[in-house]
Design a protein around this ligand. Structure first.
Ligand code: SF4
Length: 218
């Protein structure tokens, strides 16, 4: 195989897989799950694409040994989404050098983004710029963490300034628009209250949770 293909190409992985399938089938063994992965995104995607057209066995997809956090997320997202969008793949792993809990979180986010999983809360947050007068990153992370435990998932906007907050917050269920040392809490684009910066996250979730805990009107 190595002499024929030179190195582990997509074609080599497919040929080798088909050989193993034939071997198992001749032994009357059909409880098979396929996994053809490479650390090379193109080779992985190509091999998984080809094999999906040649057999009906369940296929585990992904890019193996994709690296550390940032490069791993990029490689996995590019590889896996190209396949999932074509309905190829039954399981996948985010194979990166990170805590398994982070791997699962990234996998869920990929499925959420592709609309293949019932979404949890969605956080829309700005990248910050010279207009921001607060630490928007830590506020967005705190909001994301609190949102994980909401009984009913919500779309929440976290904006570094009030200029863009009103527009973005209109599209979200709730929102925060920050100013100097304080910020506004929005609901469907309407300002509900203005609070100190350090109280923004707790006040926002007090509002959301109070509304979620209200008994439904008959
Ligand atoms: S929302 Fe405001 S702070 Fe955030 S990037 Fe846009 S202009 Fe800058």
């Amino acid at each position: 195989m190595l002499l024929k293909h030179g190195h582990p190409t997509a074609e080599a992985m497919v040929e080798s897989t088909l050989r193993w399938i034939k071997f198992f089938e001749e032994e009357k063994f059909h409880d098979i799950v396929l996994s053809l992965k490479s650390a090379d995104v193109d080779a992985s995607v190509k091999a998984q694409n080809i094999i999906s057209g040649k057999t009906n066995y369940p296929l585990h997809i992904g890019v193996t040994e994709a690296g550390t956090l940032i490069s791993g997320i990029v490689k996995t997202s590019i590889g896996v989404s190209a396949l999932l969008k074509k309905n190829i793949g039954d399981t996948f792993r985010v194979s990166i050098t990170e805590d398994p809990l982070i791997q699962v979180k990234i996998a869920k986010e990929i499925l959420n983004t592709l609309g293949l999983r019932e979404r949890g809360s969605e956080i829309i947050s700005c990248p910050s710029c010279g207009r921001a007068e607060v630490d928007i990153r830590s506020i967005a992370l705190a909001v994301e963490q609190r949102a994980e435990s909401l009984a009913v998932p919500k779309k929440i906007a976290v904006m570094g300034c009030v200029v863009n907050a009103a527009g973005e917050a209109r599209e979200a269920d709730y929102g925060i628009g920050c100013g100097k040392g304080k910020g506004a809490i929005f609901k469907k684009g309407v300002v509900i209250k203005t609070v100190k910066e350090e109280e923004l996250v707790s006040e926002l979730f007090e509002l959301i949770e109070a509304e979620q805990n209200q008994p439904e009107m008959a």
